[in-house]
Design a protein around this ligand. Structure first.
Ligand code: ADP
Ligand code: MG
Length: 363
């Protein structure tokens, strides 16, 4: 089916003019669609959902519709511009929020957020603070929404105990005889296991509230106004699921506060940049601080360590299993990613007191 044919199945009216593939994003294929409706030019954002990553696209869309409807309502109540601050998925002509093409691929159509831009990475502290603010506002709007209404579209996504079990299995099976090459990294990660699984144990004992979490809190999942750099909508809601706030905070800091990108091969440069850490924390906690429980506050930094180590075990398990999950650009790419995350976790341990001090300022 052509893009035009797929568009014709959505309930968006008007006349199709043109499309262009965006070519950014890691998971889905994203197209910008030009339409004319009532003599006015309109744009939509059409996405093919990656079926390898999301086995149940209907559940993914059900979660997205529920969450965006709720956030839209709250945004309007706060007097904020919901059209620019909240994603809106259009229905298909059959009333469903997706279209299935001849190949069995699922497509969705969002309102295009005009005059917006996303940043893959940034050193601009103002942007980093605004990324924190956007994810915080998203979380804040969802306070009161019952997470049990959502499907768990990727089971055990941040179950660090389960992630370590997978890691142990990869070491034991070692199907490509690679374990001997990464002995040091394996030992390091195993030495982190007790501490990195503590958050999951607290979760399992029911001591932490289960919230609706975004689960992909990277800076390119927040849109910004091209002219004013004001943070607009939170994008990429495929992984919205029940989770812990420390997961979202931890993953955001892991990604945005690292002095270098997550696969930088020069490990000596890896460290937590205090200014970036503080900028994100200020933006995020400015929005969510009041709704956090005491234990949630105490576990935010544990979330940074946990998510960093968890990802390192996933990179290394993938290397041991033959680089099947993460896209690799060169042999050993997953090993560099692992080393990078280990270095970040080690820096975290070294700097923990200082990080706790900064965090305290915003709690
Ligand atoms: N509704 C939208 N309006 C404007 N730009 C968008 C919209 N949705 C996505 N984008 C752009 O497309 C990119 C990829 O979309 P995203 O949903 O994050 O997919 P992926 O899962 O592939 O990262 C985003 O980083 C953003 O630049
Ligand atoms: Mg994205």
């Amino acid at each position: 089916m052509t893009i035009q044919e797929i568009c014709s199945l959505f309930d968006i009216g008007g006349q199709y003019i043109d499309c262009s593939e965006l070519g950014i994003g890691n998971i889905n294929s994203t197209y910008i669609i030009d339409f004319i409706r009532d003599g006015e030019q309109k744009q939509f954002c059409l996405q093919r959902i990656n079926k390898n990553a999301f086995k149940n696209p209907e559940q993914v869309m059900d979660n997205i519709v529920k969450v965006t409807n709720y956030v839209r309502e709250k945004t309007i109540q706060k007097g904020l511009p919901s059209k620019r601050f909240v994603l809106r998925a259009f229905n298909a002509l059959d009333g469903k929020p997706f279209v299935v093409d001849d190949n069995g691929d699922y497509w969705r159509c969002y309102r295009y957020i005009r005059n917006s831009v996303t940043y893959d990475s940034t050193n601009d502290l103002n942007i980093i603070e605004n990324v924190g603010k956007a994810f915080g506002r998203f979380q804040n709007c969802l306070d009161g929404f019952s997470a049990s209404e959502l499907y768990i579209t990727i089971p055990n996504f941040h179950n660090t105990i389960k992630r370590f079990e997978d890691f142990h299995k990869a070491i034991e099976e070692d199907p490509f005889d690679r374990a001997k090459k990464v002995k040091v990294e394996i030992e390091k990660l195993l030495s982190f296991e007790e501490r990195a699984t503590k958050l999951q144990r607290l979760c399992d004992s029911g001591d932490l509230p289960i919230r609706v979490t975004h689960n992909d809190t990277k800076c390119n999942n927040v849109s910004f106004d091209k002219d004013t750099n004001e943070a607009l909508a939170v994008l990429d809601l495929d992984t919205v699921m029940p989770g812990l706030i420390a997961h979202d905070y931890g993953d955001a800091i892991r990604f945005i506060a690292n002095a270098v990108v997550e696969d930088c091969p020069d490990i000596s440069k890896v460290k937590i940049d205090f200014n970036k850490y503080e900028a994100f924390t200020k933006g995020f906690l400015g929005e969510v601080n009041k709704s956090l429980t005491e234990l949630e506050k105490q576990t935010l930094n544990l979330g940074v360590f946990t998510i960093t180590v968890e990802l390192a075990t996933r990179f290394l398990a993938d290397y041991l299993n033959g680089d099947k999950y993460f896209k690799v650009k060169y042999p050993g790419h997953n090993v560099f990613r692992t080393k990078n995350q280990i270095a970040l976790a080690e820096d975290f341990i070294k700097q923990e007191e200082k990080l706790n001090e900064i965090l305290k300022k915003y709690l």
